[in-house]
Design a protein. Structure first.
Length: 81
């Protein structure tokens, strides 16, 4: 076969869905202890990530409100002072 054809087939094989690409945990029984441990790991990471992102969101909301309050206060100050 030509080298270009071999490379093309290899690339196409990489995009083909196959059970060979699944890990043992994903391909195995969903009620196994390994799958349950993986689920608990996901929940633990979500329990850390969600509060951190929530804190960032609360901080940016605080900054937006603070800047709006400063802008309103600046509008109330007379300009001839």
């Amino acid at each position: 076969m030509k080298p270009l054809l071999k490379k093309s087939l290899l690339v196409l094989a990489g995009f083909a869905p196959a059970q060979l690409f699944a890990c043992a945990t994903c391909y195995g029984a969903s009620d196994s202890p390994m799958a349950e441990g993986m689920n608990w790991g996901i929940f633990t990471l979500m329990g850390i990530i969600v509060p951190v992102l929530g804190t960032f969101l609360a901080f940016f909301i605080y900054l937006i409100r603070k800047s709006e309050a400063l802008a309103q206060a600046a509008e109330k100050i007379p300009s001839d002072v």
